[in-house]
Design a protein around this ligand. Structure first.
Ligand code: DON
Length: 310
C-alpha cells in the first residue's frame, strides 16, 4: 500500500483544521505539571514506513511521553526475556479497569495482566536486563531515542512533579512484589517507570517512533534496526490493540481498527503495520485518560486514508 504525499498532507492538514474546534476534555490534574500545559496546543503528524514526514499545527512542541513510553520499554523487555516469558510474566489481556487500577491487580492475584497499564509497565521495567536501576534507565532512554531517531531527554520539571505525587504507583509496585510479579526492587522499578514517562517528545518524534514499529522495527528515517527481532512486532501491536487506549480500547478497535497508545500528557499514537504511523498531541483528556482532540484527529486521518486493519 503506497499512499502519495499529497493525500497524506491533505488528510493531516484537514484533520488539524477540523478538530481545532473541538473543546471537550480536561488536562490531567493528578500530575501538577500536566495541569499547567496550555490546553490549546494541538499538533498532528504522520510518518510513513518508508520515512516520509508530514505535520500540521504544534507538531514540534515537546510534551511528556507518559504512558506511550510503555510501548518502547515493552520492546526492550520482550527482546531481553523472549516472547514466551514476557507473555507468561506480564500478560496480554485488557484489564477492563482504569490504567492505574489497584483492583485489577488484586482481582488477578497480584499479577499485572497487561504491560500497557501502570502495573504491567512497572513489571516490564523490572524485567529489563541491567546491573541496576541506572543502567535500566539508560537502556530505556536510549531505546526511546533510537525509535525517535534523535536524542530524547528527561524533563526534570515533569519528573519532579511525578516523583512527588506517585504514591498510588508505589502501592501497585509493592502489591506486585507481594505477588511475585515484580522482578527488581519495586521502588527502583517505580522510579525508573516514572522517569520513562517524564521524557519529552514532539508529535513528529512520536510518529517516527510509531513508523519504526510499522516498518517492523527499523527506523525508516535513520535506517537503524531498533527492535532486536521483527518477530516482536506483531505481539507488540496485539498488546496495543488490547489495552493501548485503556477502557476505550475496544471502542477504538471497533471504530478505527488500528493498534493505538495514549498518554496523559495528551499524546496519541496509532499504527497501520507496513504503511505508516499517525501521532497527535492535545492536552485535554476524556475520562478514560485519552486526548479528546487527539483521538478525533487520528481517527479522521485513518478514515481519510482508508486505513483499518480489519
Ligand atoms: O503513571 C502515571 O500515572 C503516569 N506517569 C502515566 C499514566 C498515563 O499516561 C496513562 N495514560 N493515559
Amino acid at each position: 500500500m503506497n499512499i502519495d504525499d499529497a493525500a497524506i498532507q491533505a488528510a493531516v492538514s484537514t484533520a488539524h483544521r477540523d478538530q481545532a474546534g473541538e473543546h471537550g476534555g480536561k488536562n490531567a490534574s493528578y500530575i501538577p505539571y500536566l495541569a499547567s500545559v496550555d490546553p490549546a496546543l494541538f499538533g498532528v503528524s504522520v510518518v510513513t514506513a518508508d520515512g516520509r514526514v508530514f505535520e500540521a499545527g504544534d507538531a514540534r512542541f515537546e510534551f511528556a511521553l507518559e504512558s506511550i513510553s510503555k510501548v518502547f520499554s515493552m520492546a526492550v523487555a520482550m527482546g531481553d526475556v523472549g516472547l514466551q516469558e514476557f507473555h507468561d510474566k506480564v500478560g496480554a489481556d485488557p484489564t477492563g479497569e482504569p490504567f492505574n487500577s489497584v483492583i485489577s491487580v488484586v482481582l488477578h492475584g497480584d499479577t499485572p495482566v497487561s504491560p500497557l497499564v501502570n502495573a504491567g509497565a512497572m513489571s516490564t521495567v523490572s524485567l529489563i536486563t541491567a546491573d541496576g536501576p541506572e543502567q535500566r534507565w539508560e537502556r530505556i532512554l536510549a531505546a526511546q531515542g533510537a525509535f525517535a531517531g534523535r536524542r530524547i531527554t528527561l524533563s526534570d520539571a515533569v519528573n519532579d512533579s511525578e516523583q512527588s505525587t506517585n504514591f498510588h504507583n508505589r502501592a501497585i509496585a509493592w502489591l506486585l512484589y507481594s505477588g511475585g510479579t515484580m522482578y527488581s526492587d519495586p521502588m527502583e522499578a517505580c522510579d525508573v517507570y516514572t522517569r520513562q514517562c517524564s521524557t519529552l517528545v514532539t508529535t513528529v518524534d512520536l510518529a517516527t517512533m510509531g513508523a519504526t514499529i510499522a516498518a517492523r522495527g527499523t527506523n525508516p528515517v535513520t535506517r537503524e534496526q531498533v527492535i532486536s527481532n521483527p518477530a516482536l512486532v506483531p505481539p507488540m501491536l496485539a498488546e496495543m490493540t488490547m489495552e493501548g487506549l485503556y477502557t476505550a480500547s475496544g471502542d477504538w478497535a471497533y471504530r478505527v481498527g488500528l493498534p493505538g497508545k495514549s498518554g496523559v500528557g495528551g499524546g496519541v499514537l496509532a499504527i497501520m503495520p507496513g504503511v505508516l504511523a499517525i501521532a497527535a498531541f492535545s492536552p485535554p483528556l476524556d475520562p478514560a485518560g485519552n486526548s479528546v482532540r487527539g483521538l478525533k484527529a487520528v481517527a479522521q486521518i485513518a478514515d481519510a486514508l482508508n486505513l483499518n486493519l480489519y
